[in-house]
Write a protein that binds this ligand. Structure first.
Ligand code: FE2
Length: 321
């Protein structure tokens, strides 16, 4: 048997949100994340914004990225067979602060607990499920210049929750194809972690929730669902190893390597229905087209739309920032 595929940690999670301004204000103002990049989706022929939020440098596993879909009019259906919750890490000492802050911004907040972790559950304005999970010993650097002081700020991704009809096929995929370890069960939830290390595993977690009663969620770009979760691999060789391993298991639909500007990615539709991406950061990361101290300050035309720049800029809804 070959060595396990080298999935390191979350790289980014990407969702299909609602209005562009609504999404931008939610992430930069309410959640106090830095706008790291403003560009547009590389796929398709109708322009759709692509926003990246994260820490000062837009480092891997701090990134939440969004396709605001409202302008397109395309709606999604939530349900099972899809990622349904985005869990972000905050210090345990920040739980009370965040409960109050979210409430003051008009969000309905519910206290939740899984795997012994305390969390605040609420929804993105477009209806997507978010959780802030109290985690100590998370040494990722948060955004240093947001409305929320760094000692209380969001550290990055903690986990994703994938809704499934059954656990078995995901177990094979995760352990053989995604180099993950099944470490715990809690009610209808099963937890997998990957990468090195022990401790809270924050930024290295996929939870599966057994929810066979729900309808099948949509997979296409449409308002109100998570589109995919990306995981970091070290280099092309590691990425090829993931692809070959999955193809050897029978997942012949692993995509070719796609240039995403800031990283190079392959994609696979998992047996759970969720779309996973294994990605290699480019040297320079988010700074390939903007200086580090100017990240996210100007709109970056995506290369596939460079011959349609004028049309794209006229089409996309205005954004205040
Ligand atoms: Fe992605």
């Amino acid at each position: 048997m070959a060595t396990p595929a080298p999935i390191r940690r979350h790289h980014h999670i990407t969702l299909c949100s609602g209005g562009a301004q609504e999404d931008y204000d939610f992430h930069t103002k309410v959640l106090s994340l830095k706008s790291v990049k403003k560009t547009a989706l590389y796929d398709g022929d109708v322009p759709i914004y692509h926003f990246y939020y994260g820490n000062d440098l837009g480092e891997e596993s701090t990134l939440v990225t969004t396709f605001p879909m409202r302008q397109s009019g395309r709606k999604a259906r939530r349900g099972t067979g899809q990622i349904r919750t985005l869990c972000l890490s905050i210090p345990v000492s920040g739980l009370a602060f965040w409960a109050k802050r979210l409430g003051a911004h008009g969000f309905e907040v519910r206290e939740a607990s899984r795997f012994g972790e305390r969390a605040l559950a609420f929804q993105h304005p477009c209806g997507l499920d978010y959780e802030l999970v109290g985690i100590d010993d998370d040494d990722r650097k948060p955004y240093s210049n947001g409305e929320v002081p760094p000692e209380l700020a969001i550290r990055g991704t903690h986990a994703i929750v994938v809704s499934v009809r059954e656990h078995e096929t995901s177990n094979e995929f995760m352990t053989l194809g995604w180099s993950a370890r099944r470490i715990a069960e809690d009610g209808r939830h099963v937890r997998y972690v990957f990468g090195d290390g022990s401790g809270p595993h924050t930024g290295h977690i996929v939870d599966f929730a057994l929810e066979p009663e729900l309808p099948q969620a949509s997979w296409t770009y449409g308002e109100g669902i998570v589109h995919h979760c990306a995981f970091q691999v070290d280099d092309y060789s590691a990425q090829d190893q993931v692809k070959f391993r999955l193809e050897g298991m029978g997942f012949t639909d692993v995509s070719e390597r796609k240039d995403r500007g800031y990283f190079d990615s392959i994609y696979v539709r998992t047996p759970a229905g969720a779309l996973f991406e294994a990605t290699v950061s480019k040297p320079g990361g988010m700074a390939v087209d903007e200086k580090i101290d100017q990240l996210g300050t100007s709109f970056q035309i995506p290369p596939p739309f460079r011959h349609r720049t004028k049309e794209l800029l006229e089409y996309l809804e205005p954004l205040r920032y």
